[in-house]
Every structure is written in C-alpha cells, then in structure tokens.
Design a protein around this ligand. Structure first.
Ligand code: ME8
Length: 649
C-alpha cells in the first residue's frame, strides 16, 4: 500500500547566531507534527532552511569584513547544528543561496513579468541615505529613520511591482470558502478585516539600493525582494521549474505551513496571491502559532533575556527543552518562559510522573520476576479502567494532532502517565508480592503497566524522541510494536520480554541549585554576546510626585558655546529659555565640541541654585547620560518643534 504524502514546512530562518529558545519553537512544533505523521504511517516531507538574502545581512558582513556568503555560511552551519541538537527530523534543509533555488526564483520572476503580473514602476517613499533604505511613513519613528534616527527624504526609485491587488477578491473568496486555511480563526479574521478588506496595494518586489539578493535576470540592477525569494522556497525545495518535478507532484500543495504569528500576513496574503499567479494550488493550511515570551516580553538580545536552547539542553536534557516548548505554548496563544517554571515542569512532569512510572515498573519486574515479563492474571475493574483510559488516550492524541493542538496532545499522554501511576497505587504490587499465591496476579499487574508504558512511549515519541528510545531499550520493545496501529487495542500483545534497568531518565533536580546554575548560564551567555552583567549604582530612595515636581526641567536652546580656559572638561554655554538668556557651565568638553551643540535644544534643570565653576556662575545644569566612569556621555536632545522654555515632565 502506498503511503499518503504529508508536506509540512517551518519558516526559513534568518541567519542569526543567537537563536533562543523562543525562536526554536516553530521548528520544534513542526518536528513534533512531522514525527507524529510518520508514526501514523504517512510519507512525510518536512522542510526547514534559512533565508539568507537582504540588506541587513549585507551590512553585517561588511561590518565584519567578510563577503555575505562567507558570513551566512558560518551562521547557517551553527543553525544546522542547533537542529541536530534539538533532534529535528527535517527531510530537507533549503538555503536561499542554493543554486537551484536562485534559478527557480529567477524563472518565477520572469514568468510573472512575461504574463503581466509583474510590471515596472516607481517606488516612492522616505529614504534614509546613510542606511540606503526606503521606509513607509508608518515605519518612521518621529518622522526619522527607524534604524539610525537621522532625517529621511522623499525619494523615488525604479522598481518592479507585483499585482497583488488583482488577487484580492479571489483570495478573500478562498479564505471564506476554506475555513481551515488560516488557523487559528482569530488570525483569519485579523487578516480579512485588517488587511484584505481595506484593499491590497500592489507590492514592490525588487530593490536597487543593495545587491545581496537574487538578480532579476532581465534587469540586473534589480534584486528580487526578500519575501518573494523566501516564500518561494516552499516550492523550489520540491524542484519547482527544475528538470525533475516529481517531488512537487507528490507533495504540493503543502499540508501545513507552520509560521509564527508575526509572519502570518506574508503567508496568507502574499504567498497565496503569488501561487494563484503561478497557477498553482494553495497550501491546505497556514498555522500561525503564538510566541514564547520571557519575563512578559519578546526575547531579545538587547533586553538580555535570551535563553539559549543549547545551554539549557546541556544542563537539563533536549527532551526537557522540547517538553517545555510543546507544553507551555498552547494552541495559537503565547506562552511564558521562566526558569522556575521550566525546572518545575521538568521535575514534576518528567522526573516525578514519567520517570517514576518507568523506574518503579522496571524495578518491580526485576525484583519479582528477574526481569521477565509476560501476560498474567488480568481480572478486575482497575485493569479495565486502565485499558479504556489508554485506548481513549490514543484517540484523543490523534484528534488533537489532527487539529495541531500539540500541547493538548502532550497533556493527554501525561494524563495517561498519571493514570498508570494511580494504577500502581490501586493494585499495590508490593502487597501482592508478599504471598506466592498471588504470583499470577502480580504478573498481570506488571504486564498491564508494561503495556501502558508501551502506549506512552509510542505516543510520546514524536515529542520526546530520546526519552522514547531510552524507554524502549530498557523494556526491549521492538519497533513493530511501537506504531500507532499497534496501540489500538490494549492488552493484545503477549510480551515475552527480558528487561534491563538502565540509567535514570530524568533525575530529580535540586531547584535552588539549578536556579543558581541557570543564572550563571545566563551570565555566561550574555558575556559571550558582549553584554556584561554589571552592578548598577543603587536606585535612590523613593520620592513622591510632589517631590519630583519641585525639580523644574525645561527645554533650552543653545545660542553660544565656548571652551572654559584652563579647564579641559568644561564648556560655557549661553542658552535661551523662553526669551531670556542664561549662562551654564557644563562638564562635557571631552565629549562635545562647541559646534556640536550650538543651535541644539537640550534639557536644563532650571531651578537649581546657581554655583560658581572656575569663576563663572552657572545658572542650572544640563542633563546628560553617561557611563559610571564618564568615558561615554550623551546629551539627550529635543528634535521636535518644541519651543525653548517648555516643561519636561
Ligand atoms: O521570520 N516564540 O525568520 P525568523 C516563538 N525569515 N516563535 C518565535 C519567537 C518566540 N519568542 N521568536 C521568533 C523569519 N519566533 C523569515 C521567515 S519564511 C518564508 C521566512 C519564530 O528567523 C518566528 O515567528 O525571524 C518565525 O516563525 C521563526 O521564529 C523564524 O523567524
């Protein structure tokens, strides 16, 4: 019988050398689904990869003094290693710098141009010259470049456009007629109401301001817009427009694209429109998952709250990390990472519940039957209850996985673990062991426990593959009794096993000690990334709003500025405060030349008692931020049109 194909993808990742536990979620969840489908007998194609073009990469490579390709090669190797560590079972890894991908994207672009879906026009927007980047009005921060904070100017450049607007009605119809196309439903409504119904504009799909991208074959000043390049990976990986399209025929359309909620728009608006233009069927489902947040916010290096999955795996186990991710982020919503919670889950669910069930069962089989287990006397309601619970669990897990409710599926398996532990208490094997006459019954109880563990190990294998392998090797379960088909009926197999006790799977953790260790890990990591944890000067005693309102902060404009003779740290400033002028002496000469601040608006503590410095009376103090040793100092400046004399509150 030929197996049914199942095609699942993750987003292709931007090359980043600091993927954190949250980033890995898209891939871990896709891996769990891919493994489950294999277990269920599908012919699975699981794709992941890297999205390597674009201006940011080009710039980073320039900063490092290497070519963009050299730059990405090193990072991509690190990402591939990370997926190995995390036990990701992808069947293919695509890089957008692979030749076959580049050739296919070029063909896609040309085809769309030839058929009139891509046309040449002008891109108009706000341009930041130093950054060589166009921004839309909404991307600007206070009217300035969001990257460098400098002024932007109106600019216009030649560019190619994709007729996204042409596909608006078809797209809307498709989404409305296929309720499972975008999941969860909340995201579907967001796409329809916030983006599609207000009207889609044609999309600018080429750039000329940098060259680290796929060149447009018929106009080589242009490179293809990164999202067109990136999204195409889902079909180029299957050989689209190559000599051999067998894989494409077999696996396209994709069964599901797993993506984070931040990129669902690209996958449910641009991608389907592009596919319609290519006359290709649309993916069956785009699933936008929630995020794993740390301390309530998105993880980011700058916040110093990154949690490194490799370090966590080394200190705990890969399965502990996978378990946490799969369990903590529920269908479509966000999850929270805290070290305390991570340790708690590892301890209670894995070490206590699952670890104990396995080790107690093994221990009893060794102690009472020399490690041999076969069917004994199965007779009472406890047996029946365990049997039906186990069989129901198989059905529940299947339903949850069909609906991509991975966290619910994991929870179901853990409920079976709890049920089996309860069965031990109900049947009290240690009491049975006291009387030789109960030997057959004792055997029956241990058989049932072994059977429950076989169910658990099979069901947990997509989520915790290492754990399943360890269980199976200790019980000597053969592969043929570890498929979904083989766990339809509980108690059907007459084991003749001779088991061995191996290592403890999840040793219990000393929470306090581990928390300290985790703190250390975090420090090491930040240090490795050049973010040192440092002692800051303690925050001063609390004040009330009334106390604060005594300090009168004002915007002042610097009219004149000169060095103070024989004082290499001091500048003398003449500032204007609502029509009046004042003299201020400020210790900023090492960091600012007079011409740097003349004409600028700064913040003054206006009601500070005057003080004499080098014989000059200073009427107030200018605010500045600095490092503790004063080696770096910056004066906050007011760039908007706020007149001098205005209050700062
Ligand atoms: O977006 N929790 O790549 P990427 C959960 N190259 N998921 C998270 C997360 C978090 N804290 N942080 C990031 C890109 N992610 C594009 C994709 S596809 C044609 C191109 C997820 O490296 C994020 O939502 O920025 C995305 O699904 C994945 O990590 C890769 O993000």
């Amino acid at each position: 019988m030929t197996k049914k194909p199942f095609y699942i993808t993750t987003p292709i990742y931007y090359p980043s050398d600091k993927l954190h536990i949250g980033n890995t979620y898209s891939t871990v969840i896709a891996d769990a689904i891919a493994r489950y489908k294999r277990l269920a007998g599908y012919d699975v194609m699981f794709l992941t990869g890297t999205d390597e073009h674009g201006q940011k990469i080009q710039r980073k490579a320039e900063d490092k003094g290497v070519t963009p390709k050299e730059y990405v090669d090193e990072i991509v190797a690190g990402i591939q290693d990370l997926w190995k560590v995390m036990n990701i079972s992808n069947d293919k890894f695509i890089r957008t710098t692979d030749d076959y991908h580049i050739a296919a994207v070029q063909k896609i672009f040309k085809k769309l141009y030839d058929q009139g879906d891509i046309y040449k026009g002008h891109y108009e927007g706000k341009y930041c010259t130093p950054c060589e980047t166009f921004f839309t009005e909404t991307q600007l921060v206070d009217g300035k470049c969001p990257d460098c904070g400098r002024d932007v100017e109106e600019a216009k450049e030649e560019a190619y456009f994709f007729k996204l607007s042409k596909y608006q009605d078809r797209l809307l119809k498709h989404i409305e007629e296929n309720p499972g196309f975008i999941e969860p439903v909340s995201r579907q409504n967001e796409m329809i109401n916030n983006f599609i119904k207000p009207g889609l504009e044609d999309l600018c799909v080429s750039r000329t301001t940098f060259n680290w991208g796929i060149p447009v074959t018929f106009d080589t000043d242009h490179v293809v817009y990164v999202w067109i390049d990136a999204l195409s990976n889902y079909i180029t990986a299957l050989g689209y427009s190559s000599e051999n399209e067998e894989m494409l025929e077999k696996f396209w359309p994709a069964d599901v694209h797993i993506v984070g909620k931040d990129i669902i728009r690209f996958h449910t608006i641009i991608w389907p429109s592009l596919l319609m233009a290519l006359d290709m069927p649309l993916p069956k489902k785009v699933y936008g998952h929630g995020w794993l947040l740390v301390d309530g916010g998105k993880m980011s290096k700058s916040k110093g709250n990154v949690v490194d999955p490799i370090l966590l795996s080394e200190h705990f186990s890969v399965d502990a990390v996978r378990y946490y991710l799969l369990r903590e982020v529920s269908f479509g919503s966000d999850g929270q990472y805290t070290s305390e919670n991570f340790i708690k889950r590892t301890n209670s669910d894995l070490a206590n519940d699952l670890g104990n069930l396995v080790s107690r069962t093994l221990q009893m089989i060794v102690k009472y039957f020399d490690g041999n287990i076969s069917k004994g006397l199965i007779e009472d309601e406890f047996d029946e209850a365990l049997k039906s619970f186990a069989e129901e669990t198989v059905n529940n897990v299947d339903k949850f996985m069909d609906n991509l409710k991975v966290n619910d599926a994991v929870e179901s398996v853990m409920k079976l673990v709890a049920r089996a532990n309860k069965y031990i208490d109900e049947t009290a094997p240690w009491v049975l062991a006291k009387d030789e006459a109960n030997s057959e019954r004792l055997k029956g109880v241990l058989y049932n426990l072994t059977e429950a563990i076989r169910f658990i190990s099979t069901l947990i294998s997509p989520f915790l593959p290492d754990t399943a392998v360890k269980i199976n090797s200790q019980f000597k379960f053969e592969e043929n009794i570890l498929t979904l088909d083989s766990i339809k009926v509980f108690g059907d197999i007459d084991f003749n096993l001779s088991i061995e006790r191996g290592e403890v799977m999840f040793p219990r953790i000393d929470v306090e000690k581990k928390l300290e260790e985790l703190d250390k890990i975090r420090e090491e990591m930040l240090k490795a990334q050049g973010v040192e944890k440092r002692e800051i000067i303690p925050i001063k005693e609390e004040i009330t709003i009334d106390d604060f309102s005594k300090i009168d902060l004002r915007v002042v404009k610097v009219l004149e500025c000169e060095k103070v003779k024989k004082a290499d740290k001091l500048l003398k400033l003449t500032v204007e405060l609502g029509g009046e002028t004042r003299t201020i002496v400020s210790g900023i000469a090492k960091h600012y030349a007079p011409e740097d601040i003349i004409g600028k608006k700064v913040i003054l503590v206006a009601n500070l008692k005057p003080a004499k410095l080098r014989g000059i009376e200073s009427h107030g103090m200018i605010l500045a931020a600095s490092t503790d040793d004063d080696s770096i100092l910056e004066i906050p400046m007011i760039n908007k049109d706020i007149p001098s004399g205005s209050q700062v509150r």
